[in-house]
Design a protein around this ligand. Structure first.
Ligand SMILES: Cc1ncc(COP(=O)(O)O)c(C=O)c1O
Length: 467
């Protein structure tokens, strides 16, 4: 099986358990094998160039060949390629990164825990909340509330916080003590004539009712992405987080902010919490923290939690939570360089300048016959396709319209994400993108939409019933 004709794609299909893989379809449409990257572009093994309009998975803020990040990794590899950051040992850059993250956090944070993925960080937040409530003598206060269609990863804990049904089916998730409240998607979930503010009020009332029904003495924390990425760049309705936080405060329920996507400038400020006025008790970071050049995630632990956690650990004799590669020195060295680049290149200013170009570019699709809603903030957004604009009726799911769009865009050299809710296509380009490149994304997407429209009309797909 090492013959030359055995392609990398076939080898992948035959041997890898593919993440999010369409296992039934993979044989017919094997993965595109990417071999290199440059700026906002990636290149497949045949040399075809693609604009990575999703930055991988909302990841590669600095594109795909940032020399400063590569140098930071190589330098640290030469010095000390791996060592532990646990027990009584640590490596040089880890404390500095924690210190710098605390200094820019959107709320007072006392300590930073490092892990390798967003899922691990979110699992860690749950464990810390449980540990904290045990420490302060509230052993019954353990339930966590996520939101329908929220995404927080796929380990047992994080996968339970996730509220996307397909990610629970046949996996025996969610685990006990995880609940899900409303999906704050104004376009889809608001009542006829309901304003954004009234919708937000209703959702806060529902959250309050859920906590009351469960018993506030059993509800420990609420988890939310400031912008729901996997669901389709769902921007919260006006006043939503203000009202939600008032409910949480009333019941002494902690706010765990999942900034895995929204952290590092994606919404226009350094953190989504700043964009939406959230004061988190705990916050998870990943992806942008290293521009995903190395796997790294972090949990920022609020001041309120730290003292009781430390006291509890003293009583137990050890803080018994860590991973072998916690605070991996190479990943941390890259993360420090990412923070340097944000300052040196005035990234937030750059993002602010490009935001109207992306947002206005996307909004220009609103009058396309297939487009139901355009939404977004900062350098992320989504276009949701519908079969009928007036009634907002979606296409029958079995038509897989979003997959058609995704593939048609890809054929034009534009990679976008088909997201979990409805036929939504998400845009989250590398943050280093420029005006001309954004214009090119819009040009390729319009051609993609027109091709999709022709396919829909010639096959009379609007009339197909769900089945
Ligand atoms: C908001 C959010 N949280 C958590 C995760 C999980 O991160 P990971 O895939 O690194 O475990 C993701 C991944 O896309 C995410 O979008």
């Amino acid at each position: 099986m090492t013959s030359r004709n055995y392609s990398a794609a076939q080898r992948y299909v035959d041997n890898v358990l593919p993440g999010y893989g369409d296992i039934a379809g993979l044989e017919a449409t094997p993965p595109v094998i990417m071999t290199r990257g440059q700026g906002i572009f990636v290149y497949d093994e045949a040399g075809k160039e693609y604009i990575e309009g999703a930055a991988g998975m909302w990841c590669a803020a600095f594109g795909f060949n940032e020399q400063a990040l590569i140098d930071a990794a190589v330098e640290q590899l030469h010095k000390l390629p791996y060592y532990i950051n646990l027990t009584d040992k640590a490596t040089t850059p880890t404390g500095e990164l924690a210190e710098r993250l605390k200094a820019i956090a959107p709320a007072p944070m006392a300590r930073v825990f490092f892990a390798n993925s967003g899922s691990e960080a979110n699992d860690t937040m749950v464990k810390l909340v449980w540990y904290y409530n045990n420490a302060i003598g509230r052993p019954k206060k353990k339930k966590i509330i996520g939101r329908r269609m929220g995404f927080h990863g796929l380990t047992i804990g994080a996968g339970s916080l996730t509220g996307i049904p397909a990610m629970h089916t046949a996996f025996d998730l969610p685990i006990a003590n995880v609940l899900h409240t409303d999906f704050p998607h104004y376009y889809r979930e608001a009542l006829p004539g309901e304003s954004e503010e009234a919708f937000a009020t209703r959702l806060a009332i529902n959250l309050d009712a859920l906590i009351e029904q469960e018993g506030p003495e059993t509800v420990a924390a609420f988890v939310a992405e400031p912008v729901m990425g996997a669901a389709g760049a769902i921007v919260p309705p006006a006043t939503y987080f203000e009202k939600i936080q008032a409910v949480l405060k009333k019941h002494d329920v902690l706010f765990m902010a999942d900034e895995v996507i929204t952290g590092y400038g994606r919404t226009g400020k350094m953190f989504g919490c700043e964009t939406f006025g959230i004061k988190p008790d705990l916050m998870s970071l990943a992806k942008g923290i290293t521009s995903s050049y190395q796997p790294l995630s972090a949990v920022l632990v609020g001041e309120k939690l730290w003292e009781p956690i430390a006291e509890q650990a003293k009583k137990v004799g050890i803080f018994a939570h860590a991973f072998t590669t916690t605070g991996h020195p190479v990943a941390v060295a890259v993360a420090l360089k990412v923070l340097d680049l944000f300052q040196e290149r005035d990234m937030l200013n750059h993002i602010g300048r490009l935001t109207p170009i992306l947002q206005n570019g996307l909004r220009a699709f609103a009058d396309h016959p297939l487009v139901g809603q355009v939404r977004g903030v900062g350098l992320c957004g989504a276009v949701e396709l519908v079969a009928d604009k007036a009634s907002k009726r979606s296409f029958a799911p079995q038509l897989r319209v979003k997959e058609f769009v995704r593939r048609a865009a890809q054929a034009r050299g534009l990679i976008l994400r088909a997201t979990a809710s409805g036929d939504s296509i998400a845009f989250s380009p590398p943050l280093i993108i420029n005006e001309a490149q954004l214009a090119e994304i819009m040009r390729r997407f319009r051609a993609t939409l027109d091709e999709t429209h022709a396919w829909v009309e010639s096959n009379n797909l609007r009339a197909v019933k769900a089945g």
